[in-house]
Design a protein around this ligand. Structure first.
Ligand SMILES: [Zn+2]
Length: 278
């Protein structure tokens, strides 16, 4: 078990859930410090922003470990600020366990493996659009309660799979594919703001929802988009219809979870019980 190193550590407790931290895990970090006026910390070179729980006694943040992070010890640095006690800094060691993801290969039209000059221009322009979207997350959490699956159909355990496209391009699959027939209603996994709703080269018709504090869900390959950029959505609101646009081998829904640039396993996020948190 990890230990705290600080003079006042006995007044502060830190828990990380799930307790077994894997590459690709989303992690709910809780700092119990009733007298705190704010809490901030740093983990794996990312700043964590905490919000106060409903009962006011704890501070939470939803963070995670990118699928490509190598296993080994990592350091969580926490600063607890309070009116009476100035700043209490301490560290905690979190062991990251390597996750074992599968490998696979598939075939897509050649333009998705070796795009031409015009297509490369389009891809570069779209990367700029996405970079702007990902740099402007809400400073407050926008989600409420646990996340839910975007479609009722069966998920696959495809997250983290190392894949070869057409025997050439190696890439890591950073989302979860759901088997969804053409035209299946795709719903918001939680509340937030639609920050992107448009066709993209690889993603096809794509909807990105900002859930605040750097956390986003991305849904791809829609046949039809039913929301617009800037729209607020609640969990379960219809975003559009699934399809087979972009780099696909057939109709399905690709659903991804991104936190501060890290891609997290959607299946693990769906298993996190957040109902008591906010
Ligand atoms: Zn996919």
């Amino acid at each position: 078990m990890a230990s705290l190193s600080a003079a006042n550590a006995q007044t502060v407790s830190v828990t990380v859930k799930p307790e077994t931290v894997l590459a690709g895990s989303p992690e709910l970090i809780r700092v119990a410090a009733a007298d705190a006026t704010s809490v901030d910390d740093e983990w794996l070179n990312r700043k964590l922003q905490f919000f106060r729980s409903r009962d006011g006694r704890s501070w939470f943040t939803l963070a995670g470990v990118d699928v490509e992070v190598a296993g080994g010890p990592s350091t969580l640095r926490i600063s607890v600020h309070s009116a009476t006690n100035a700043v209490r800094d301490f560290t905690r060691t979190v062991d990251i366990h390597p996750a074992h993801y599968r490998t696979g290969s598939l075939s897509v039209p050649p333009k998705f493996v070796e795009p031409g000059p015009d297509e490369l221009k389009q891809i570069a322009a779209e990367s700029d659009i996405k970079a702007k979207v990902f740099a402007a997350s809400s400073a407050e959490p926008l989600w409420h309660g646990s996340f839910r699956a975007p479609v009722r159909s069966a998920p696959t355990d495809s997250f983290g799979t190392r894949r070869m496209f057409n025997g050439k391009l190696a890439s890591i699959h950073k989302g979860m594919d759901f088997r969804a027939h053409m035209g299946t209603a795709v719903r918001a996994g939680n509340s937030g703001v639609v920050v992107l709703a448009r066709p993209l080269y690889y993603e096809g018709n794509c909807v990105i929802i900002d859930h605040g504090l750097g956390l986003y869900t991305l849904s791809m390959h829609f046949s039809r988009i039913d929301v617009h950029e800037g729209q607020r959505v609640a969990a379960g609101d219809k975003l559009g219809l699934s399809g087979a646009t972009g780099r696909v081998t057939g109709p399905h829904l690709h659903w991804a979870v991104r936190w501060q640039g890290a891609y997290l396993d959607p299946a693990k996020l769906l298993r996190l019980n957040l109902s008591a948190v906010r």
